[in-house]
Design a protein. Sequence first.
Length: 347
Amino acid sequence: MTARTADRTVYLRSHPVLFTLLAATRRRPVLRLGRTVLVHHPEAYREVLTRVPLDRTAGHTTGGAAARLAGGGLLFDQSGPEHRDARRELTTLLGSGGVAALRPLWQRILTEELSGPLRSRPVDLVPVVRRLAGTTAAGLTGSTADPTALALAAEHAAAATARAHLPSLLPRRGDDRRARLAADRLAELLPDPRDAMLAVAAVNTTLAALPRAAAWCARAERWEQARTDPGALAAELLRLTAASPVLPRAAAADAAVLGHRIRRGDRLLLVARHAAEAHRDTPAGDPALATRAPFGLGRHSCPGASLARAQLADLLGALAPHRPRVLRTAADPHSALPAYRRCLLGR
Protein backbone atom coordinates (compact mmCIF):
# COMPACT_ATOMS: atom_id res chain seq x y z
CA MET A 1 0.00 0.00 0.00
CA THR A 2 1.38 3.40 -0.97
CA ALA A 3 1.77 6.23 1.55
CA ARG A 4 -1.01 8.21 -0.14
CA THR A 5 -3.46 5.30 -0.23
CA ALA A 6 -2.80 4.47 3.41
CA ASP A 7 -3.27 8.08 4.48
CA ARG A 8 -6.46 8.50 2.46
CA THR A 9 -8.14 5.81 4.55
CA VAL A 10 -7.75 8.03 7.61
CA TYR A 11 -10.00 10.65 6.03
CA LEU A 12 -12.63 8.15 4.98
CA ARG A 13 -12.77 6.43 8.35
CA SER A 14 -12.83 9.63 10.38
CA HIS A 15 -15.65 11.43 8.51
CA PRO A 16 -16.88 9.12 5.72
CA VAL A 17 -19.86 11.20 4.57
CA LEU A 18 -17.96 14.46 4.34
CA PHE A 19 -14.86 13.12 2.61
CA THR A 20 -16.78 10.94 0.18
CA LEU A 21 -18.64 14.09 -0.87
CA LEU A 22 -15.43 16.08 -1.19
CA ALA A 23 -13.71 13.36 -3.22
CA ALA A 24 -16.69 13.09 -5.58
CA THR A 25 -16.76 16.85 -6.22
CA ARG A 26 -13.02 17.56 -6.27
CA ARG A 27 -12.88 18.42 -9.97
CA ARG A 28 -15.45 21.22 -9.55
CA PRO A 29 -13.55 24.39 -8.55
CA VAL A 30 -16.59 25.84 -6.76
CA LEU A 31 -19.84 23.91 -6.29
CA ARG A 32 -23.10 25.09 -4.75
CA LEU A 33 -25.33 22.59 -2.94
CA GLY A 34 -28.28 24.67 -1.74
CA ARG A 35 -26.86 27.26 0.66
CA THR A 36 -23.60 25.33 1.07
CA VAL A 37 -20.70 26.16 -1.25
CA LEU A 38 -17.78 23.74 -1.63
CA VAL A 39 -14.52 25.52 -2.51
CA HIS A 40 -11.89 23.17 -3.94
CA HIS A 41 -9.70 25.16 -6.32
CA PRO A 42 -6.54 26.76 -4.88
CA GLU A 43 -7.30 30.17 -6.40
CA ALA A 44 -10.92 30.07 -5.21
CA TYR A 45 -9.67 29.13 -1.76
CA ARG A 46 -7.25 32.07 -1.84
CA GLU A 47 -9.97 34.47 -2.98
CA VAL A 48 -12.38 33.47 -0.21
CA LEU A 49 -9.82 33.84 2.55
CA THR A 50 -8.33 37.10 1.29
CA ARG A 51 -11.27 38.94 -0.33
CA VAL A 52 -14.63 37.64 0.89
CA PRO A 53 -15.94 39.05 4.20
CA LEU A 54 -16.56 36.15 6.57
CA ASP A 55 -19.07 35.89 9.42
CA ARG A 56 -16.93 34.79 12.36
CA THR A 57 -19.87 33.91 14.65
CA ALA A 58 -22.17 32.00 12.24
CA GLY A 59 -23.41 28.54 13.15
CA HIS A 60 -21.52 25.53 11.83
CA THR A 61 -18.24 27.43 11.65
CA THR A 62 -15.13 27.29 13.81
CA GLY A 63 -15.86 30.71 15.27
CA GLY A 64 -19.50 29.87 15.88
CA ALA A 65 -18.56 26.70 17.70
CA ALA A 66 -16.08 28.61 19.86
CA ALA A 67 -18.68 31.23 20.68
CA ARG A 68 -21.28 28.65 21.72
CA LEU A 69 -18.90 26.63 23.85
CA ALA A 70 -16.97 29.41 25.55
CA GLY A 71 -19.23 32.43 25.42
CA GLY A 72 -17.41 34.35 22.69
CA GLY A 73 -14.52 36.78 22.89
CA LEU A 74 -12.07 34.28 21.39
CA LEU A 75 -9.67 34.57 18.47
CA PHE A 76 -11.88 32.36 16.29
CA ASP A 77 -15.00 34.52 16.56
CA GLN A 78 -13.54 37.99 16.95
CA SER A 79 -13.45 40.66 14.26
CA GLY A 80 -11.96 44.10 13.69
CA PRO A 81 -9.36 45.56 16.09
CA GLU A 82 -10.14 42.97 18.78
CA HIS A 83 -9.26 40.16 16.36
CA ARG A 84 -6.10 41.91 15.19
CA ASP A 85 -4.92 42.46 18.75
CA ALA A 86 -5.56 38.81 19.68
CA ARG A 87 -3.75 37.60 16.56
CA ARG A 88 -0.80 39.88 17.32
CA GLU A 89 -0.55 38.50 20.85
CA LEU A 90 -0.81 34.91 19.66
CA THR A 91 1.67 35.45 16.85
CA THR A 92 4.20 36.64 19.43
CA LEU A 93 3.48 33.64 21.65
CA LEU A 94 3.90 31.22 18.72
CA GLY A 95 6.66 33.10 16.92
CA SER A 96 10.34 32.22 16.75
CA GLY A 97 10.96 33.25 20.36
CA GLY A 98 8.01 31.25 21.65
CA VAL A 99 9.01 28.19 19.63
CA ALA A 100 12.59 28.43 20.92
CA ALA A 101 11.32 28.56 24.52
CA LEU A 102 9.02 25.54 24.07
CA ARG A 103 11.38 23.41 22.00
CA PRO A 104 13.36 21.91 24.90
CA LEU A 105 10.11 20.62 26.41
CA TRP A 106 9.15 18.49 23.42
CA GLN A 107 12.74 17.55 22.55
CA ARG A 108 13.10 15.99 26.00
CA ILE A 109 9.94 13.96 25.39
CA LEU A 110 11.21 12.75 22.01
CA THR A 111 14.49 11.68 23.57
CA GLU A 112 12.79 9.81 26.42
CA GLU A 113 10.10 8.17 24.31
CA LEU A 114 11.97 7.34 21.12
CA SER A 115 15.76 7.28 21.30
CA GLY A 116 16.15 4.31 23.64
CA PRO A 117 12.86 2.44 23.20
CA LEU A 118 13.03 2.18 19.40
CA ARG A 119 16.30 0.26 19.65
CA SER A 120 14.58 -2.61 21.43
CA ARG A 121 10.84 -2.56 20.74
CA PRO A 122 8.08 -1.03 18.61
CA VAL A 123 6.67 2.31 19.75
CA ASP A 124 3.11 3.57 19.38
CA LEU A 125 3.57 7.15 18.23
CA VAL A 126 0.09 8.34 19.23
CA PRO A 127 0.59 8.43 23.03
CA VAL A 128 4.05 9.93 22.50
CA VAL A 129 2.58 12.76 20.42
CA ARG A 130 -0.32 13.14 22.86
CA ARG A 131 2.16 13.76 25.68
CA LEU A 132 4.13 16.14 23.44
CA ALA A 133 0.97 18.05 22.47
CA GLY A 134 -0.26 18.28 26.06
CA THR A 135 3.12 19.46 27.28
CA THR A 136 3.21 22.12 24.57
CA ALA A 137 -0.33 23.26 25.39
CA ALA A 138 0.57 23.46 29.08
CA GLY A 139 3.62 25.51 28.20
CA LEU A 140 1.58 27.88 26.05
CA THR A 141 -1.09 28.40 28.71
CA GLY A 142 0.99 28.16 31.89
CA SER A 143 -1.12 25.21 33.06
CA THR A 144 0.14 22.83 35.75
CA ALA A 145 -2.30 20.09 34.70
CA ASP A 146 -1.01 16.66 33.75
CA PRO A 147 -0.08 17.00 30.05
CA THR A 148 -1.75 13.78 28.95
CA ALA A 149 -4.95 14.58 30.86
CA LEU A 150 -4.93 18.06 29.34
CA ALA A 151 -4.49 16.65 25.83
CA LEU A 152 -7.28 14.11 26.28
CA ALA A 153 -9.68 16.79 27.53
CA ALA A 154 -8.84 18.97 24.51
CA GLU A 155 -9.35 16.00 22.17
CA HIS A 156 -12.76 15.18 23.63
CA ALA A 157 -13.91 18.81 23.47
CA ALA A 158 -12.89 19.11 19.82
CA ALA A 159 -14.44 15.78 18.83
CA ALA A 160 -17.77 16.60 20.47
CA THR A 161 -17.85 20.03 18.83
CA ALA A 162 -16.95 18.63 15.39
CA ARG A 163 -19.82 16.15 15.55
CA ALA A 164 -22.18 19.05 16.19
CA HIS A 165 -21.27 21.00 13.04
CA LEU A 166 -20.02 18.57 10.36
CA PRO A 167 -22.37 16.93 7.82
CA SER A 168 -24.05 13.61 8.64
CA LEU A 169 -26.49 11.31 6.89
CA LEU A 170 -28.79 11.12 9.92
CA PRO A 171 -29.71 13.59 12.69
CA ARG A 172 -27.56 13.14 15.78
CA ARG A 173 -29.40 13.91 18.99
CA GLY A 174 -27.55 15.17 22.01
CA ASP A 175 -24.52 16.52 20.14
CA ASP A 176 -24.80 20.01 21.67
CA ARG A 177 -25.15 18.56 25.18
CA ARG A 178 -22.11 16.32 24.71
CA ALA A 179 -20.11 19.25 23.37
CA ARG A 180 -21.03 21.34 26.41
CA LEU A 181 -20.07 18.56 28.84
CA ALA A 182 -16.72 18.08 27.09
CA ALA A 183 -16.08 21.83 27.22
CA ASP A 184 -16.91 21.86 30.94
CA ARG A 185 -14.39 19.08 31.60
CA LEU A 186 -11.72 21.03 29.74
CA ALA A 187 -12.64 24.19 31.68
CA GLU A 188 -11.86 22.37 34.93
CA LEU A 189 -8.24 22.18 33.74
CA LEU A 190 -8.14 25.49 31.86
CA PRO A 191 -10.68 27.97 33.32
CA ASP A 192 -9.69 30.77 30.92
CA PRO A 193 -11.67 30.24 27.67
CA ARG A 194 -8.81 31.62 25.59
CA ASP A 195 -6.42 29.08 27.07
CA ALA A 196 -8.97 26.33 26.47
CA MET A 197 -9.40 27.17 22.80
CA LEU A 198 -5.64 27.52 22.30
CA ALA A 199 -5.18 24.05 23.81
CA VAL A 200 -7.94 22.58 21.62
CA ALA A 201 -6.33 23.97 18.47
CA ALA A 202 -2.77 23.03 19.41
CA VAL A 203 -3.49 19.52 20.65
CA ASN A 204 -5.80 18.39 17.87
CA THR A 205 -3.74 19.67 14.96
CA THR A 206 -0.61 18.12 16.48
CA LEU A 207 -2.28 14.74 16.95
CA ALA A 208 -3.69 14.84 13.43
CA ALA A 209 -0.43 15.94 11.81
CA LEU A 210 2.57 14.30 13.45
CA PRO A 211 1.76 10.55 13.53
CA ARG A 212 0.31 10.60 10.00
CA ALA A 213 3.29 12.53 8.64
CA ALA A 214 5.76 10.16 10.30
CA ALA A 215 3.90 7.14 8.92
CA TRP A 216 3.94 8.70 5.44
CA CYS A 217 7.69 9.28 5.75
CA ALA A 218 8.26 5.64 6.74
CA ARG A 219 6.06 4.19 4.00
CA ALA A 220 7.68 6.41 1.35
CA GLU A 221 11.15 5.62 2.73
CA ARG A 222 12.13 9.26 3.14
CA TRP A 223 14.37 8.77 6.17
CA GLU A 224 17.51 10.02 4.39
CA GLN A 225 15.83 13.38 3.73
CA ALA A 226 14.53 13.35 7.32
CA ARG A 227 18.13 13.08 8.45
CA THR A 228 19.60 15.71 6.14
CA ASP A 229 16.76 18.24 5.70
CA PRO A 230 13.94 17.62 8.20
CA GLY A 231 12.60 21.17 7.89
CA ALA A 232 11.87 20.94 4.16
CA LEU A 233 10.43 17.45 4.54
CA ALA A 234 8.20 18.61 7.39
CA ALA A 235 6.73 21.39 5.23
CA GLU A 236 6.09 18.93 2.40
CA LEU A 237 4.49 16.32 4.64
CA LEU A 238 2.21 18.89 6.27
CA ARG A 239 0.99 19.76 2.77
CA LEU A 240 0.49 16.12 1.80
CA THR A 241 -1.38 15.16 4.97
CA ALA A 242 -3.33 18.43 5.49
CA ALA A 243 -4.16 17.98 9.16
CA SER A 244 -7.05 20.49 8.99
CA PRO A 245 -8.52 19.39 5.65
CA VAL A 246 -11.71 21.49 5.70
CA LEU A 247 -12.27 25.00 7.03
CA PRO A 248 -15.99 25.62 7.71
CA ARG A 249 -16.81 29.31 7.23
CA ALA A 250 -19.79 31.54 6.33
CA ALA A 251 -20.04 34.49 3.95
CA ALA A 252 -20.84 37.86 5.58
CA ALA A 253 -21.57 39.61 2.27
CA ASP A 254 -22.34 38.90 -1.36
CA ALA A 255 -19.25 38.19 -3.48
CA ALA A 256 -18.03 36.44 -6.61
CA VAL A 257 -15.31 33.78 -6.61
CA LEU A 258 -13.92 32.57 -9.95
CA GLY A 259 -17.16 33.76 -11.52
CA HIS A 260 -19.35 31.90 -9.02
CA ARG A 261 -21.82 33.88 -6.97
CA ILE A 262 -21.46 33.76 -3.18
CA ARG A 263 -24.45 35.03 -1.21
CA ARG A 264 -24.43 36.50 2.25
CA GLY A 265 -25.17 33.74 4.73
CA ASP A 266 -23.88 30.92 2.50
CA ARG A 267 -22.10 28.17 4.36
CA LEU A 268 -18.60 27.75 2.88
CA LEU A 269 -16.67 24.50 3.09
CA LEU A 270 -13.12 25.52 2.16
CA VAL A 271 -11.29 22.33 1.23
CA ALA A 272 -7.75 23.06 2.42
CA ARG A 273 -6.69 19.55 1.38
CA HIS A 274 -7.46 20.27 -2.27
CA ALA A 275 -6.15 23.84 -2.12
CA ALA A 276 -2.89 22.32 -0.88
CA GLU A 277 -3.03 19.82 -3.75
CA ALA A 278 -2.45 17.06 -1.22
CA HIS A 279 -3.65 14.57 -3.84
CA ARG A 280 -0.55 15.38 -5.95
CA ASP A 281 3.09 14.54 -5.28
CA THR A 282 4.03 17.94 -6.72
CA PRO A 283 1.62 20.91 -6.86
CA ALA A 284 0.48 21.79 -10.37
CA GLY A 285 -0.14 25.39 -9.35
CA ASP A 286 1.63 27.79 -6.98
CA PRO A 287 3.89 25.72 -4.66
CA ALA A 288 3.97 28.48 -2.03
CA LEU A 289 0.16 28.60 -1.94
CA ALA A 290 0.01 24.81 -1.67
CA THR A 291 2.40 24.80 1.28
CA ARG A 292 0.51 27.54 3.15
CA ALA A 293 -3.01 26.34 2.37
CA PRO A 294 -3.40 23.80 5.23
CA PHE A 295 -2.86 26.68 7.66
CA GLY A 296 -5.23 29.15 5.99
CA LEU A 297 -4.16 32.35 4.24
CA GLY A 298 -3.76 36.05 4.94
CA ARG A 299 -5.47 37.34 8.05
CA HIS A 300 -7.19 33.97 8.34
CA SER A 301 -3.93 32.01 8.56
CA CYS A 302 -3.05 29.89 11.59
CA PRO A 303 -0.43 31.52 13.85
CA GLY A 304 0.76 28.05 14.88
CA ALA A 305 2.19 27.06 11.47
CA SER A 306 5.82 27.62 12.53
CA LEU A 307 5.27 25.64 15.72
CA ALA A 308 3.79 22.71 13.76
CA ARG A 309 6.68 22.66 11.29
CA ALA A 310 9.26 22.81 14.09
CA GLN A 311 7.65 19.97 16.04
CA LEU A 312 7.36 17.73 12.99
CA ALA A 313 10.94 18.48 11.91
CA ASP A 314 12.20 17.49 15.35
CA LEU A 315 10.08 14.32 15.37
CA LEU A 316 11.40 13.29 11.95
CA GLY A 317 14.93 14.05 13.06
CA ALA A 318 14.49 11.89 16.17
CA LEU A 319 13.11 8.97 14.14
CA ALA A 320 15.56 9.17 11.22
CA PRO A 321 18.51 7.33 12.86
CA HIS A 322 16.24 4.34 13.52
CA ARG A 323 14.62 4.31 10.04
CA PRO A 324 11.51 2.63 11.47
CA ARG A 325 8.86 0.84 9.45
CA VAL A 326 5.11 1.15 9.92
CA LEU A 327 3.96 -2.02 11.65
CA ARG A 328 0.33 -1.11 12.21
CA THR A 329 -1.97 1.90 12.02
CA ALA A 330 -5.60 2.39 12.97
CA ALA A 331 -7.67 5.46 12.20
CA ASP A 332 -9.55 7.18 15.01
CA PRO A 333 -13.21 7.38 13.91
CA HIS A 334 -14.08 9.72 16.79
CA SER A 335 -11.42 12.41 16.36
CA ALA A 336 -12.26 15.97 15.32
CA LEU A 337 -9.60 15.89 12.60
CA PRO A 338 -8.40 12.89 10.56
CA ALA A 339 -6.02 11.16 12.95
CA TYR A 340 -4.66 7.82 14.05
CA ARG A 341 -5.83 5.99 17.15
CA ARG A 342 -2.71 3.87 16.88
CA CYS A 343 0.51 4.26 14.88
CA LEU A 344 3.00 1.49 15.67
CA LEU A 345 6.53 2.00 14.37
CA GLY A 346 9.38 -0.48 14.68
CA ARG A 347 12.58 -1.65 13.07
